[in-house]
Write a protein that binds this ligand. Structure first.
Ligand code: 5GP
Length: 210
């Protein structure tokens, strides 16, 4: 199968990272795309597992050298997907899971139109606020900033291939697995295998009919 990328986007606080983690844990053949970022590591975040933590200079050099598939500024920090991640997934025949923001997803839609884009929605305003509060408990300004981002991102659902409501985590993960499964069966993604099988079937049929 031809390797492809799946981008998962959601307004802040919809539980996207939890969903992505579950997809990686249970999903064979799914490689998580470790992004580069200029933000500092949060407690418990291992370098090169959650993110590659880099300085602004290092990030800018990567942009200049064309090493990023996409990049964006989110909440004052820079985030980007190394092209090398895509190449590694292609080499290993795995699909690449991108946990990126909407600005990044738009760039990927342009430059890699075969990317499957999935937008996660919260089931209700209450659920969204509850998750935003959990994430931003430290201060009010941070909560307001996350609400503003969520508002802007909710407006950006247009153009995405799929929408999944993250009410129960299990259901959202199951839905996304189903999407990935169906996408992997598209003819253009398995053209080489299909051609090979078709050739063998035709040869056998011809031999049989002689
Ligand atoms: P956080 O700092 O909470 O881990 O991430 C903040 C936002 O940046 C999230 O929406 C996350 O999906 C997004 N993000 C993480 N990595 C990338 C990336 O490589 N590119 C883009 N465009 N956004 C990213």
């Amino acid at each position: 199968m031809k390797s492809f990328a799946v981008a998962i986007c959601a307004p802040s606080g919809v539980g996207k990272t939890t969903v992505a983690k579950r997809l990686i844990e249970g999903g064979e053949g799914v490689l998580f795309s470790v992004s580069v970022t200029t933000r500092g590591a949060r407690p418990g975040e291992q370098p090169d597992v959650a993110y590659h933590f880099v300085s602004r200079d290092e990030f800018e050099a990567m942009v200049t050298n064309g090493e990023l598939l996409e990049w964006a500024e989110v909440h004052g920090d820079l985030y980007g997907t190394p092209l090398a991640n895509l190449e590694a997934a292609e080499r290993e025949g795995q699909l690449l899971l991108l946990d990126i923001d909407v600005q990044g997803a738009r760039q990927v839609m342009q430059s890699r139109p075969d990317t499957v884009t999935i937008f996660l929605l919260p089931p209700s305003f209450e659920a969204l606020m509850e998750r935003l509060r959990e994430r931003a408990s430290e201060d009010d300004a941070r909560l307001r900033r996350r609400m503003a981002t969520a508002k802007a991102e909710l407006r950006s659902v247009e153009g995405f291939d799929y929408v999944v409501v993250n009410d129960r985590l299990e259901d959202a993960v199951r839905d996304i697995r189903a999407i990935i499964h169906a996408e992997s069966r598209r003819l253009d993604r398995q053209a080489a295998e299909v051609e090979d099988l078709r050739r063998r079937l035709l040869e056998a049929l011809e031999a049989e009919g002689r």
